[in-house]
Design a protein around this ligand. Structure first.
Ligand code: GUN
Length: 289
C-alpha cells in the first residue's frame, strides 16, 4: 500500500518567511523604516505566552520591529481599548495582534473592532471578514491562509474540488470556507450538528479539519486520494506515560487512504506565524511606510 505524501509545513513556512524577509529588505530600501508588529498579551495563560514569544522572535528574524505589550489579567477593558487607540495612531506600528482568549470581563468583539482594519493582521475585524467574503481584498486570517498554501503545495489549482471544512469558528472554519470559495472550490462547512459527518467527509477531495477533537476523523471516512489538512493540535496520553501531540485526524489511518496529509506537529502550526508576518508586511505596504 502506498503511503500519502507528508506535507512539510515547517519547510513551507521557512520559505514563506524567507520571502517575507526579502520583502522587508525591499521595503526598508524604499521607505527607510521597517514594518512593525505590536502584540498585546493580557494575563498569564502559559500557551498564549509561548505563542507570543514565538511571534516576537520570528518578527525580529525577518527584520521587522516587534513591540510587546503585556498587561495584567485584571486590566480594565477601557485601558486595553486606550492602548489599541495609541497603537492605531503610531506610524511605526503596521500590524496589531491581541492574543486570544481574553479574560472574561473583557468583550473580545469590542476589542477586535477597535483595531484599525488596516492594521488588523489577524484578519478578525468584521471589515476584513467582509472583504474576504466578498473577494475584495483585505487581510485574511493567518491559519486558513496557511492551510490554503499547504493545499496548493500539492495541488496548485483547487478549482472544482469538493472541499469539506469541519468546524465553523470565526478564526478558522468560516474564513477557510470563504478562501476556498474564492479558489472556486465547492465548499461544505460541517460542524457539531452535522448529520452523518463520515458521509459528508467521504465526498471531499480536500478535507480541512478544525474541530479540536483528537483523532476524530478516521481513515475510513476519507475518499481515496483526498488531500487532508489538519488544523487540530491536542496533547493526549501516549506510551510510557509520555504525552504526545495529535491532530483532529487519525494520522496513520489517513496516510493509508489520502494522497497528502499534514503532520501534527509540523503541518499547519508553523504556517500560522509565517502568514502573520506576511500579513504584517502586506499591511505595512498598504499603509505606505
Ligand atoms: N489564539 C489562538 N489563535 C490565535 C490567533 O490566530 N490569533 C490571536 N490573536 N489569538 C489566537
Amino acid at each position: 500500500m502506498t503511503q500519502a505524501k507528508i506535507i512539510d509545513g515547517k519547510a513551507i513556512a521557512d520559505s514563506v518567511r524567507r520571502e517575507v524577509a526579502e520583502g522587508v529588505a525591499a521595503f526598508k530600501r524604499q521607505q527607510g523604516g521597517v514594518p512593525g508588529l505590536a502584540v498585546v498579551l493580557v494575563g498569564e495563560d502559559p500557551a498564549s505566552k509561548v505563542y507570543v514569544g514565538t511571534k516576537a522572535k520570528q518578527t525580529i528574524e525577518v527584520g521587522m520591529a516587534s513591540f510587546e505589550h503585556k498587561l495584567e489579567a485584571t486590566v480594565g477593558e477601557a485601558e486595553l481599548l486606550k492602548l489599541i487607540g495609541e497603537l492605531n495612531r503610531r506610524r511605526d506600528v503596521s500590524g496589531i495582534l491581541v492574543q486570544l482568549p481574553l479574560p472574561k470581563h473583557i468583550d473580545a468583539a469590542k476589542v477586535i473592532e477597535a483595531i484599525d482594519p488596516a492594521k488588523d493582521v489577524d484578519g478578525f475585524h468584521p471589515i476584513n471578514a467582509g472583504r474576504i467574503a466578498t473577494g475584495s481584498g483585505g487581510l485574511a486570517p493567518c491559519t486558513p491562509t496557511g492551510c490554503l498554501i499547504l493545499a496548493k503545495s500539492v495541488q496548485p489549482k483547487l478549482e472544482g474540488l469538493d472541499a469539506v471544512v469541519i468546524g465553523r469558528s470565526n478564526i478558522v472554519g468560516k474564513p477557510m470556507a470563504q478562501l476556498l470559495l474564492n479558489e472556486n472550490c465547492t465548499v461544505t462547512v460541517a460542524h457539531s450538528r452535522t448529520r452523518d459527518l463520515p458521509a459528508v467527509v467521504k465526498r471531499a477531495d480536500l478535507v480541512i479539519a478544525a474541530v479540536g477533537r483528537a483523532e476524530m476523523v478516521r481513515g475510513s471516512w476519507l475518499k481515496p486520494g483526498a488531500i487532508v489538512i489538519d488544523v487540530g493540535i491536542q496533547r493526549v496520553p501516549g506510551a510510557a506515560g509520555k504525552a504526545r501531540l495529535v491532530g483532529d485526524v487519525a494520522y496513520q489511518e489517513a496516510m493509508e487512504v489520502a494522497s497528502a496529509v499534514t503532520p501534527v506537529p509540523g503541518g499547519v502550526g508553523p504556517m500560522t506565524v509565517a502568514c502573520l508576518l506576511q500579513n504584517t508586511l502586506k499591511a505595512a505596504q498598504a499603509q505606505g511606510g
